[in-house]
Design a protein around this ligand. Structure first.
Ligand code: PEP
Ligand code: MN
Length: 337
């Protein structure tokens, strides 16, 4: 349910209603909008809860939340959310660009990439230290050493660091070095991990599982929001279909669809979404045209020698050209990039 407060309701009245909601055994999320404050009351259905809340002081109305996801829904929060993490701003008319290698491989590699992507206009650095690989024989990442190298690259360039966390035990460690923690596609429905990042104080980039529906993605985001972390970005990174010409199929209709259903900003990953370097620039531009609030792109100094995902990585010159193309689209839409 949404407890909609009257315009100009006092802080005391809001606090009173938070207590009333919690007294009913429900969790409360206070959302302060431009128009008015609402309290999302979530949890198991309680008999007569609505009637009982409706009579509260300063309450305009109590309405049910129709969507299965609650705090993530536009019904609860009509104003779009902007996520900020150091140099990275995603949403609110600003297109954030997260760029860097699939995996952190060495100090030279990550520092050179950080410098190059920053010069080209990226606003955050990506790089996997804990890598979810399909084969146990593939490079698994440099782990904590990789995190340290990412922190050194931030020190050098000022770019915020986005990196994946794969398990609950590593959330504190990754959170110590990262500005944004990434939940990879394979872990989108690892609910204990979602709760763990919901309890950390870092913004989260939540990637869509390759076979997850939009509703499952939004319910995964709901796990994070429900723990009290409001800084969630959704990432469309392509889904598994019968199609073979691309690594995954990248459905860009997800972007306007998500914008209709949720206030959370939407990032697109055309690198994993296509799996081919030559498809990335156009799909990055198309993502912005579809309304994406951010991009995450794989960039490597020497893609041919990359330890993972070289075939979909841009080199520095290609990244520069991609940025120039995307900027034109962003400008045409009146967005900052
Ligand atoms: C990645 O971003 O490096 C990654 C592993 O992506 P995904 O989880 O989308 O496969
Ligand atoms: Mn990758």
């Amino acid at each position: 349910m949404i407890v909609v407060m009257q315009r100009g309701a006092s802080e005391e009245q809001i606090q009173h209603m938070v207590e009333r909601v919690e007294g009913l055994g429900l969790k409360s999320h206070v959302i302060r909008g431009t128009e008015r404050t609402v309290i999302a009351a979530v949890g198991e259905k309680r008999e007569h809860a609505r009637e009982s809340l409706e009579s509260g002081p300063g309450v305009a109305e109590v309405v049910p939340i129709l969507a299965p996801y609650k705090v993530a829904s536009r019904e609860v929060k009509p104003d779009p959310t902007t996520v900020t993490a150091g140099s990275l701003v995603v949403g609110g008319g600003t297109v954030g660009v997260i760029a860097g290698p699939c995996s952190v491989e060495s100090e030279e590699q990550i520092i050179a990439t950080a410098r190059a992507v920053k010069a080209a206009g990226a606003t955050a650095l990506r790089g996997g230290a804990f890598k979810p690989r399909t084969s146990p024989y593939s490079f698994q990442g440099l782990k904590e050493q990789g995190l340290k190298l990412l922190a050194a690259a931030r020190e050098e360039t000022g770019l915020a660091v986005v990196t994946e966390v794969m398990s609950t035990e590593d959330v504190a460690l990754v959170g110590k070095y990262a500005d944004v923690v990434q939940i990879g596609a394979r872990n989108m429905q690892n609910y204990r991990l979602l709760e763990a990042v919901g309890n950390c104080d870092r913004p989260v980039l939540l990637k869509r599982g390759p076979s997850a529906t939009m509703e499952e993605l939004l319910l995964a985001a709901e796990y994070i929001l429900n723990e009290g972390n409001p800084q969630v970005m959704l990432c469309e990174r392509g889904i598994r279909t019968f199609e073979q010409h691309t690594r995954f199929s990248l459905p860009l209709a997800s972007v306007p669809y998500l914008h209709r259903k949720t206030h959370l900003p939407v990032v697109v990953d055309p690198s994993h979404g296509t799996g081919h370097t030559y498809l990335v620039p156009d799909m990055a531009a198309a993502s912005i045209a579809a309304g994406a609030d951010g991009l995450i792109l794989e960039v490597h100094p020497d893609p041919e020698r990359a330890m993972s995902d070289g075939y979909q990585s841009l080199n520095f010159a290609q990244f520069n050209d991609t940025m120039a193309l995307c900027r034109k689209v962003a400008q045409a839409l009146g967005k900052r990039m």
